[in-house]
Design a protein around this ligand. Structure first.
Ligand code: NAD
Length: 300
């Protein structure tokens, strides 16, 4: 007999994910506050439940794909919430993006009812959800992640077990911190090119040939700082000087340069820490010592 799964939250991401689970042979019980979204999945073969509790009834696992942590909390623990339908020993898999400390609290409340939580937020786009090619960052006990794996494999082509409960959400937020901030820097840089009278498409092509477009994680970091080598390829002092020049040019053009202004100060800090003649990737140990050696972190 097909394994039964509950699925709550049938929006941009959840609807195609639920369809992929049906396609993979699972028997689905779905719920969404938007009755039309649920009815669509009913047409695809799912049982349309009247509440999260009804969706969870008799299911080996309930999957939630909801807008934020408060909605997840309501869907799990509110009136008619999934916990009312989940049997002891069942699994809850939250694939929404939520605050990790909220995930930790959910895990504790679920454990009190004999239900284990795996947090499994996703990377990539809604098209990847349609294609079943999401990148899934899972957090939870090894045995629970292994129990979730057959379901997750119907949804994504890359499943990374990041650590205990909450580690998936932590990884997801670190990833999004970088990609969301890079978007601002990208927009600033192309705008600066255009404000300078350059062709932004040509600027994009030039930058794709350098670290600007290729990124540090695949180039300078593995070549230098991650190997413990801070002998300069390009010095902190020079990066500080060049950022100063770019900021002055931006000021002359009235072009936005917020991210660069912050970066200039960070390079200044590295210089004051005595790292001016080290490789520019020495920014990493500069920030690490600020964060990890902070008195609030010390246990002595
Ligand atoms: P969405 O707004 O399209 O879908 C959310 C669904 O939840 C809707 O169908 C809504 O009706 C339903 N819903 C709201 N409250 C509910 C409740 N109390 N009970 C049941 N259903 C309820 O959002 P989305 O784009 O599918 O995103 C879902 C999650 O995935 C979010 O946490 C988001 O951050 C994350 N995410 C989204 C993307 C993306 O590209 N859209 C990518 C990665 C991760």
């Amino acid at each position: 007999m097909a394994t039964t799964l509950g699925f709550v939250g049938l929006g941009t991401m959840g609807a195609p994910m639920a369809r992929n689970l049906i396609r993979a042979g699972f028997s689905l019980r779905v719920y969404d506050v938007n009755a039309d979204a649920a009815a669509d999945l009913g047409t695809a073969g799912a049982y349309v439940a009247g509440s999260p509790a009804d969706a969870a009834r008799g299911a080996a696992a309930v999957i939630t794909m909801l807008p934020n942590g408060n909605v997840v909390e309501a869907a799990l623990f509110g009136d008619g919430g999934a916990v009312e339908g989940l049997s002891e020993g069942a699994l809850c898999i939250d694939m929404s993006t939520v605050l990790p400390s909220q995930t930790d609290a959910f895990a504790q409340r679920l454990a009190e009812r004999g239900v284990q939580l795996v947090d499994a937020p996703v990377g990539r786009s809604s098209q990847h959800a349609v294609d079943g090619k999401l990148l899934i960052m899972a957090g939870g006990e090894q045995a629970d992640v292994e129990r979730a794996r057959p379901y997750l494999e119907a949804l994504g082509d890359t499943i990374v077990h990041c650590g205990p409960v909450g580690a998936g959400e932590r990884m997801k937020l670190v990833n999004n911190y970088m990609s969301i901030a890079l978007n601002v820097l990208t927009a600033e840089s192309l705008t600066m090119a255009e404000s300078s009278g350059l062709d932004p498409e040509q600027a994009r092509e030039v930058m794709m040939g350098t670290v600007a477009g290729q990124g540090h994680m695949g180039t300078t970091y593995p070549a230098k700082v991650l190997k413990g080598d801070l002998t300069p390829g390009f010095m902190v002092d020079l990066a500080h000087k060049d950022m100063g020049l770019a900021l002055t040019m931006a000021a002359e053009l009235d072009a936005p340069s917020w991210m660069g202004a912050v970066a200039h100060q960070a390079y200044g800090l590295a210089r004051r820490a005595g790292r001016g003649r080290e490789d520019w990737t020495a920014l990493y140990p500069t920030l690490r010592s600020l964060a990890l050696d902070a008195p609030s972190r010390r246990r002595d």
